[in-house]
Ligand binder design. Structure first.
Ligand SMILES: *Cc1c(COP(=O)(O)O)cnc(C)c1O
Length: 405
């Protein structure tokens, strides 16, 4: 892609973009360039309307009957079926429930049960903190013989042995956007007889994922990032069909029971992926997530990936050209194929620069120690937004320099 020379050239890229129509489907404030859709996706207009309808017509008018007549009971499985093709899973392998953290706990515990005699969970030091904490907490609960072992990214394959029950990794690094090799690391786990659990929080909706093709055993992911499901949207959990019969959730909630309304005294797990359900599903949040997922499905992950790579490539190219000498150091892989849908720069004044950007109408985020993080969520971002963001980055950097002079 040739770098645009002018803002009009950036407009021309938008005119040629077959996903450009999706932007109008979002509620976005005027004068803001939102480069944080990787952390909290924006509000689809349809979500407001649909929530209003469900609140008034279903909850308001039909009350408890809605569990049946409006299919509320089916929602965790239905939204799971919609997410499945986005991550290379089959129908019946994904269910929407709880948070990513809680699903990690359930699936890590289930993995340890499926590998009796092995007590080690392996992850990498740079994994997202909640992924590490949930594993630490589980090992603490189980006691002697159970541990979380964290290693550097390059040592992962060599750190595996026959004590490892499960390798738990995040597909796209939340700090740098680096994409891990899911196929190779899953195969490495399998070579020592361990299971592979992947966190897709920064992947689903932006990056192609092929769980089945990579032979992945278990996975979790978040609903409020690229899936635009709304703040605190419920998460999803995946288990390969071949494992489901032997899968035991440690949380025996009544909605994971084979027949919740039998009100039996003894727990019997539901058939299939529904055994990962626990308590009553959050219907309003599920409805919102369903709207977000529908848009991603309509756009198609392949087209989304192509656009997000183009947006990020434009950003990197413009920062190279416009912000040279201001001290930004690319902390993400330069090669698109090794990146998710975000670009990070290290800068010693990163936190203050991000605040300046925010005042200038560009929303990204800062991650310690020194990373400015920019997300390229392809459903609503325009190429001209990228142009404007870099122009603002250049202006605030210039102003910082002249204040110091
Ligand atoms: C966002 C994110 C989570 C979020 O977990 P919650 O339980 O929803 O707070 C977990 N893991 C990763 C890798 C994430 O990026």
């Amino acid at each position: 892609m040739a770098l645009p020379a002018t803002r009009d050239d950036a407009h021309a890229l938008d005119a040629a973009d077959d996903l450009s129509g999706f932007r109008e489907e979002f509620v976005l404030p005027e004068g803001v360039v939102y480069l944080d859709g990787n952390s909290l996706g924006p509000l689809p207009g349809r979500t407001s309307a649909r929530l209003e309808e469900v609140v008034r017509r279903e909850w308001g008018a039909d009350l408890i009957r809605s569990w049946d007549v409006h299919g509320w009971m089916e929602l965790p499985a239905r939204v799971g079926r919609a997410i499945a093709p986005l991550i290379g899973a089959r129908p019946g392998e994904v269910v929407v429930t709880d948070s990513t953290s809680v699903n990690l706990f359930k699936l890590l515990a289930a993995a340890l049960r499926m590998r009796p005699g092995r007590g080690t969970i392996v992850s990498e030091r740079e994994n997202f903190p909640t992924d590490l904490y949930m594993a630490q907490g589980l090992a603490d609960l189980l006691g002697k013989g159970f541990e979380l072992r964290t290693v550097g990214r390059d040592e992962l394959a060599s750190a595996l042995d026959e004590r490892v029950a499960v390798v738990a990794l995040t597909h796209v690094d939340f700090r740098t956007g680096e994409q891990l090799d899911m196929a190779a690391l899953t195969a490495a786990a399998h070579r020592v007889g361990a299971l592979a659990l992947w966190d897709l929080s920064h992947s689903a909706g932006a990056v192609q994922v092929d769980l089945e093709g990579c032979g992945v055993d278990l996975a979790v992911g978040c609903g409020y990032k690229f899936l635009n499901g709304g703040p605190g949207a419920p998460a999803y959990a995946y288990a390969a069909s071949r494992l489901q019969e032997g899968l035991r959730s440690p949380l025996w909630g009544w909605l994971g029971h084979a027949d919740p309304f039998e009100f039996a005294r003894e727990y019997r797990p539901a058939a299939g992926i529904s055994r990962l359900l626990c308590g009553t599903p959050p219907i309003l949040s599920l409805v919102a997530l369903e709207c977000g997922v529908e848009m991603v499905t309509r756009a198609g992950v392949e087209r989304l990936r192509r656009k997000s790579l183009a947006l990020a490539e434009l950003f990197i190219g413009l920062v190279d050209r416009e912000c040279e000498g201001y001290g930004f150091e690319l902390a993400s892989p330069r090669e698109g194929a090794r990146r998710g849908a975000q670009v990070s720069y290290a800068h010693p004044q990163g936190r203050a620069i991000m605040q300046d950007l925010d005042r200038g109408g560009v929303i990204g985020d800062f991650r310690p120690p020194d990373l400015l993080r920019f997300g390229f969520s392809p459903l609503f971002l325009r190429f001209v937004d990228v142009w404007d963001a870099v122009a603002t980055l250049r202006r605030v950097s210039e102003e910082r320099l002249s204040r110091r002079a």
